[in-house]
Design a protein around this ligand. Sequence first.
Ligand SMILES: [Zn+2]
Length: 107
Amino acid sequence: MLEIRNKKMVITRKAHECFGCLEEIEKGKSVVYVSAKEDEQHKSFHLHEECNKTISRDQWFAGSSLYRGCIKDALKTSEQLRSINISSIDELPFVMTKSNDKVRYRH
Ligand SMILES: [Zn+2]
């Protein structure tokens, strides 16, 4: 499990890959630099400001759902769900915030 230790805003001095969406972060962008620990190992990575907001806002990413590419996967899942015509977009896993909801939707 990935445990976030510290976050700070930095300006990138070279291009990086965003840990959340796996898209490139251009050089000279204001991004979030994250220090984390996983299995007693130190890790650090960069996140787009938007991706950081998504992760911070969404409890779904807390704990074991936070991993490399998690936002990309969540977006993909959300697109799949949308294509199978569910009644409320607001209830997609991607925007869920309460852990109760998460349990309810996991069949
Ligand atoms: Zn990103």
